[in-house]
Design a protein around this ligand. Structure first.
Ligand SMILES: [Cu+2]
Length: 397
């Protein structure tokens, strides 16, 4: 509401200023100033210098932005293909910056150099095949090279050989959380369907499928370093996007279909935490948190916990009101730790059995309690009846 009021005030202010300038123009009628509406040499000079000023602004702001916010860009990639993605990104940046600096410089220089002048006349020519060829061929060649390199990178990243030794993991997206399913010893995920969602089987895994028997469902993702992990994504409700920024991986999760990608992690969580840039970043965040904590404690609040780095799986599609909080912790372990972690997990089949047993136990306890209650009620009733009978007998006597 406040923003709306601010916008209305700004619009009204702009209208008022515009009206003021009109009134000012009207007061100038008849004066000696030039009101011919045709640009004079002086006007053209001013416009030329303003253009140079704008060019300087573009250059200075670009340099300022790079220095000020450059450190916010993602740092060292934590996956094998991440290096390829980063180099593609860097090449694109260098090209864009070079072309931007040269073309903007030329554009403004020529506009200034050929600014309007009473004695100058613009040269007219219908077309120039040489120029047309030059500005068509150069961008086409550059763009074709970029696209080819991009396609090469894409195939390299997306292609998973059927015979390749990979770990199969399903990522299940729903408003607003992620769940992961490991394929188990057979390394084949069992079938699943949203229609089969029931009780603790929140992913709708088809338990009649043999491959589902050893599937493991977890809410914290663990993956081993140096091993290719093949992710298969499903969505329960709306369009989500599985985004692993540190691994340079992202894929849409579309309801009704399975999407996929694969990557090889190259740093364990512990190793990534030790990288110098990360140590520096975490120290900076914790310094800010400590300062904020002093402020909070002074106001009677609680101090903030210190920050520790963890890889994250985020949702990168605005999928609803709590989209910002749709994330899952990702831990990259050494292969040994990963095996140990996974071996400690129970399978979904075991979980369902345990839940059914717990339900049965609860139902038995409830029925036993109901029986005890009814027996107690019967006893009390019998005692009351006996007392009533005795009282009646005594009264008759
Ligand atoms: Cu989402």
């Amino acid at each position: 509401m406040t923003s709306l009021l601010v916008i209305i005030v700004l619009v009204l202010l702009a209208v008022a200023l515009w009206q003021l300038t009109r009134i000012f123009d009207l007061t100038q009628v008849g004066s000696s100033s030039d009101d011919s509406q045709v640009a004079s040499d002086n006007d053209n000079n001013i416009q030329g210098y303003i253009m140079f000023g704008f060019l300087a602004f573009i250059y200075i702001f670009t340099i300022y932005g790079l220095l000020k916010w450059g450190n916010l860009a993602l740092h060292t990639p934590a996956s094998e293909h991440g290096i390829l993605v980063d180099s593609l990104m860097n090449i694109t940046w260098v090209l864009i910056f070079t072309v931007q600096v040269i073309t903007q410089g030329l554009l403004h220089w020529f506009s200034f150099k050929n600014r309007g002048h009473k004695d100058k006349k613009a040269l007219f020519f219908a077309d120039s095949n040489k120029l047309e060829a030059l500005w068509s061929i150069i961008p086409s060649v550059v763009l074709a090279c970029l696209i080819l390199y991009g396609l090469y990178a894409w195939n390299n990243i997306m292609f998973v050989d059927k015979d390749e030794d990979v770990i199969e993991i399903e990522l299940y997206a729903q408003q607003f959380k992620w769940t992961a399913r490991y394929a188990g010893n057979d390394n084949t995920l069992g079938k699943a369907n949203v229609r089969l969602i029931e009780g603790i089987n929140t992913l709708g895994v088809d338990m009649s499928d043999k491959n589902s028997e050893d599937d493991i469902v977890v809410t914290e993702l663990h993956i081993p370093k140096g091993k290719k992990v093949h992710f298969k994504m499903r969505s329960q409700d709306v369009l989500h996007s599985a985004y692993f920024p540190h691994f340079r991986a992202q894929m849409n999760c579309v309801p009704g279909m399975v999407t996929e990608f694969a990557f090889i992690p190259t740093y364990t969580t512990a190793e990534y935490r030790e990288l110098p840039f990360m140590v520096e970043k975490v120290a900076h965040i914790n310094k800010l948190r400590a300062e904020k904590s002093v402020e909070l404690v002074a106001k009677g609040g609680t101090a903030l916990d210190p920050y520790t780095f963890d890889y994250l799986l985020l949702c990168n599609k605005i999928c609803g009101s709590s989209h910002y909080n749709m994330q899952m912790k990702v831990v990259v372990d050494t292969p040994e730790d990963y095996k140990k972690w996974l071996s400690e997990k129970t399978t979904l089949a075991q979980d369902i059995k345990a839940a059914a047993a717990a339900d049965a136990e609860k139902a038995a306890a409830e029925s036993a309690k109901a029986n005890t209650d009814s027996t107690a009620k019967d006893t009390v009733k019998a005692v009351i009846d006996t007392v009533k009978a005795v009282v009646a007998k005594v009264a008759m006597k």
